[in-house]
Design a protein around this ligand. Sequence first.
Ligand code: SAH
Ligand code: SF4
Ligand code: F3S
Length: 478
Amino acid sequence: MSETIPSPVDDMTEGAVRPAGQKTVFVKSYGCQMNVYDSQRMADVMGAEGYREVATPEAADLILLNTCHIREKAAEKVYSELGRMRALKEEAKAQGRQVLIGVAGCVAQAEGEEIVRRARTVDLVVGPQSYHRLPDLVARAGVTPGVVDTEFPVEDKFRHLPDAAQARTRARGISAFVTVQEGCDKFCTFCVVPYTRGAEVSRPVGQVIAEVEKLALAGVREVSLLGQNVNAYHGEGPDGTEWSLPRLLRRLAEVPGIARLRYTTSHPREMTEDLIAAHRDLPALMPYLHLPVQSGSDRVLAAMNRRHTRDDYFRIVDKVRAARSDVVLSSDFIVGFPGETDADFADTMDLIRQVGFAAAYSFKYSARPGTPAAGIEGHLPETVMTERLHALQALVTAQQRAFQDSLVGQVIDVLFEKPGRNPGQMVGRSPYLSPVQVIAPSSLAGTIAAVRIIGTQTNSLNGVLEHALHMNAVQAAE
Ligand code: SAH
Ligand code: SF4
Ligand code: F3S
């Protein structure tokens, strides 16, 4: 049998030398955190087949693009990327090496065979519910390119995928994501997710606990639970009953080594009293809530089929703040939903002023094929959307700055992760998710220390160890 000879392409790629005979996989993620989590699971499942994960497409025998369909721009990005991948594939072929290209994720689910027709370079298309079948699909695509699997299978993909902690090769960080719920039954009129991810499914409690326990043993201290509607979680408990998200959070807070819990993304309709109470009762549950509202206009909220009003949102925010006074909020906003008037937009700006957000993601409405909103009257000109987006972003940026500035002088807990921007610095996260740069020994990675915030930068904070400050004060007094 002939051995694979490292090609000149490998030699040009730093740190990407291919060991003789070992296959390699490169996965690129677009879109949301769930795609990032899924990409790791895909790398794991191929890892179990002997594939080593590499950091560049040039070094890979299998290239997987894990795509996003949420807005037109996101979806179109895939096709330009495929053009680049085609060149790599042809170069490899000239050297006698077969490279397979796969499209996964939400574009795969939405467009299926259309992708293979539009980009002949694609060897396989795999939807988000079929990743456990990847080894079989790759084997088939190696023989006959153009394999498409976008079924919503009856079996649960999570039962078949290696879990996050089983991957031997990947260094685990301090902070990890764990998908607990996938899919959406809400059918907001603008959104593709219910079609690309399918109906809401929750992972069983036992599976989630086992994964979090393993991550904790691997050194993870902070876990963010993921779901398109994570607070609609209703997983089967070990006792056979359905567990809610707050019940799951209470249980996970007991896992030794887990110091911090977060969850995202929540829907306002699922902010139950019990979940709000968990913010009051669980110190491990971080005081940061991403609660997308999309619009501050009741008329637009109704047209979006969000099924709550602006007042409902205000009431929820009040209750969460009453349960835990230091909770900060972030949200998603869509500007220029079809039919949105100046008055509707003014309502959104008013809601932002009244609530006060520590961060926000804002988007121009993008008409998505197959969604109800794409077919309704009153699509707005691009210029109006751009104007509104800029105004909204200016307001949110000002709020974000005000929040960061309000932390200066305060002492907050920082969970240290890795070396920081400058030599001698470590970077960690505040409870409010902002990165904090601190002069600190690297031995602090994975620990929480009190840090006094002394300044702000655009997207991060500067701080000093409170402990070190005390020492300086003692030294000065001596
Ligand atoms: N499940 C989450 C959102 C998931 S999609 C929720 O219900 O809030 C992430 C964000 O993308 C949405 O919150 C929305 O702000 C934005 N988005 C979704 N579809 C969009 C579209 N067609 N055009 C513009 N933005 C969109
Ligand atoms: Fe999309 Fe609405 Fe479901 Fe969020 S709740 S994923 S915006 S349909
Ligand atoms: Fe995009 Fe799919 Fe996530 S459309 S935002 S990758 S659920």
